[in-house]
Design a protein around this ligand. Sequence first.
Ligand code: GLN
Length: 538
Amino acid sequence: MSKFIFVTGGVLSSVGKGILTASIGKMLQVRGYSVSVVKIDPYVNVDAGTMNPYIHGEVFVTEDGGETDLDLGHYERFLDINLSKLNNITTGQIYATVIEKERRGEYLGSCVQIIPHITDEIKRRLREVANKSNIDVLLVEIGGTVGDIESLPFFEAVRQMRLEEGYYNTLFVHIALVPILDVTHEQKSKPFQHSIQELRRIGIQPDILVARCRTQLDKEVKRKISLFGNVTPDAVFTSYDVDNIYALPIELDKQGMGDYIVKRLMLNNTMPNWSEWKSIVESFRDTKDKVKIAMCGKYTKLIDSYMSIVEALKHAGAKLKVSPEFGWIETTELEEDPLSISKLSDYHGIIVLPGFGVRGSEGKIMAIKYARENKIPFFGICFGFQLAVVEFMRNVVGYKEAHTTEINPDTKYPVIDLLPEQKNVMKLGGTMRLGSYKIIIKEGTLAHSIYGCNEVFERHRHRYGVNPEYIPILEENGLIISGISYDEKNVEFIEIKNHPFFFASQAHPEFKSRPGRPSPPFLGFIKSCIERKKAIQR
Ligand code: GLN
């Protein structure tokens, strides 16, 4: 039987609930306990796939093709586990299931209500994940902020779970912001207190309180939070700013959080073994040198839109003892001011990011051309891969009107086109080519030296792909197709000769990158950025 830890947040969003949840998981893992994590997102979308990354951040793709909240990426990276689409629950999914059941007649004769039918479905889903993953502890992070109307049914469901699962099998952790006033440098606990009151009002008394604050909590503030929050002072912790997110579990454990949780859940308190995680955290600190990376995309104002790519680059950097420094290039600006493209020469490497639609796409193509011609390390991911093929077709093969039909459905040379199996797809939610697929790698290629093997699984999220009709002409003109899908239907990797590093992938290798075990293409890319830096210095 699994135990449950529920993590809630107060005052405002983005207080680091996801990182806290992942950190709690880590504290349990290093004590020998198996964990899994569910993220609850109280929006009505069925999944994150149909939301705007500008507002909601990256869509994280799981092995089984779930389009999920970016917090699942944190969980996978911190805990080194693979999650499934079941680990992200939304209001949309819950209501869809209940309404389907109602139509099937499963509630015949009863009036279907939020309590108990919606809350029962929420509890059923949580228990299903716990049972299927066969773990000691299931962590459940409730998205949004306490007090939001839309998250109420979820709070109500977990409140009921305390009664049903028992006191020692459930634990409520509440995190909220403790701001520091600029003028007086005072830590203010009042918003935190109010958010706890909000929780109590709906019947939840938190067991552990975590203050999100720039600095360690002052004794007096901690006392106040403990008093008003109705927990003992040893149950109040601070998630203060750390130099590296991966250091947070160690910091919280130092404050006694791991021991407290284990005791409270009546688990045997084994000695935590931090040695492996500590050496990973140290590797991020041991990076004196920097490499400058141009991140070319259209959501560059919200860095969360590219969370996993940023993390994958950091993982690769830590392995090679450099830290990546990001230059966010809004590619629409390259279109408006074509001469500004020369600023890319300052960088040690260029990434063209995943994306959708017309905005900024010509600017992305300009960046690819610049990287190819000026022999700057280049890594194109998904849309970045597709546009690299378009660029090659236009500027190397010479078909100036080549394009992807995503942007120009009437292009004369549709070198990137809707995947054949997508042609009859009408619904846009959850219908892309999603999740993990096997890629066969050609020997003697850059891809082969990057991965060091003949086949690899990477995760996908796309509707378009290389049009097979154009493969012969692309190859005749020197494009190397170094990876294809196991069923030979999809081009997966491309590269070119006589370039220090020009690699593009239809798949998203960033989703499988882990601290201490960076994704191979990211490692190869950073290696070649370091080479460029050395060459410039010489
Ligand atoms: N828009 C492209 C497609 O649907 C690429 C998607 C992506 O970059 N994830 O195929």
